[in-house]
Design a protein around this ligand. Sequence first.
Ligand code: ADP
Ligand code: ZN
Length: 434
Amino acid sequence: MIWDPYYECMDPEERTKLQVRRLRETVARLNVNVPWYRDRFAEKGIEPGDIKSLDDLRHLPFTTKDDLRETYPLGLFAVPPEECVRIHASSGTTGKPIIAGYTRDDITNVWAETIARTIACGGGTSHDVLHNAYGYGLFTGGLGLHYGGELMGCLVIPASGGNTERQLMLMEDLGSTILCCTPSYALTIADVAENIGFDLSRIKLKSGLFGAEPWSDSARESIEERLGLSAHDIYGLTEVIGPGVAGECEAKAGLHVYDDHFIPEVIDPDSGEPLPPGEKGELVLTCITKRAFPIIRFRTRDITRLDYETCACGRTQPRMERITGRTDDMLIIRGVNVFPSQIEEVLLRIEEVEPHYQLVLTREGHLDNLEVQVEVSPAMFSDEVRKLEAIEDRIRERLSSALGIRVGVKLVEPRSIERSIGKAKRVIDKREEV
Ligand code: ADP
Ligand code: ZN
């Protein structure tokens, strides 16, 4: 089923006209309501009326995660906070999160709508029981899928993350047909079922909507085989809206970008120049329908390419290839974005350690573990073990509260972490492909 054939199968030329009109309106609104954008447009000598074709998008300024940090918390909002009905947040590059706001219209007419499209892409209809194991809270995954599922008319089970045995029980007892969670959690569910001897044929899942972190074709095969469902990739990010930016249809030949709401571009990350269709580069997204927080040319740092050919499913919206990497050092650990700079910031405030550290990533089952190895200062090194353990505990506590996930901490001897010439190798990734 196609949720909204009018927009999803629109003649591409018609859609381009719609995009240009919506883009011009958005730029005009930002020009009036957001001083930060007004200044950026003025610097580039852009008037909203100058936007006459999609090609003019390239003249607009980029917005980066750093810009969001500088304007924290609500500096890029295009409406007063009292017009918003919801806030979500995601990790920024340092301590402060990125705050996203939504008006009622953003939630119902943009977000729930694009999520309903995503669910339909994954084979869902109003008859489905949608088991939503994405985390509920500031993270966009839980509530994002939730409202789209309800709009579609699914029976939504707001399971949130954790307590896998109970999740299995609920899926069996309530007859869940669609599973929504990160791909690594889908594999964990399969593992737990195996460990406790739960026969997976007791649940009747037919499809899964998996995203928020990179995954591979072999992970897809494994999930499909073990859980007996059709696995679909879904993509999104807090800065743009959350999940619901793009979703994979039954053709599984890329994720349809809902470009009547979010215009995608692929640029050369070094020069910032747009690349021709089909070339691989950094994905840049522009919101053209949101009211509260419409971001212009957001540099996602995600690497992909776009395909504008009409899909076998009949949708004309362009498809982005599965994300194959990032242009920065952001790590995604159990679905949470983590930047090495956040860890460094915490370590620098702890007197007893040196700013020499290494992040070791391992995978236990299907879940990622992060261990922070940091050198103690020579003066501390001779100290008694108990004291060192207390330091480890303190670092662990501070890191966990700064990052929002549990991490391991190990103090190591002075000068035991290899010094490098040039860019330090901070991350040692021992995880195999999911
Ligand atoms: P958080 O997960 O910390 O709340 P976001 O939702 O903003 O933060 O995370 C967005 C990022 O997650 C994207 O920029 C991308 O790197 C990654 N991501 C989301 N969906 C996928 C996907 N389907 N495949 C690969 N990476 C994804
Ligand atoms: Zn398709």
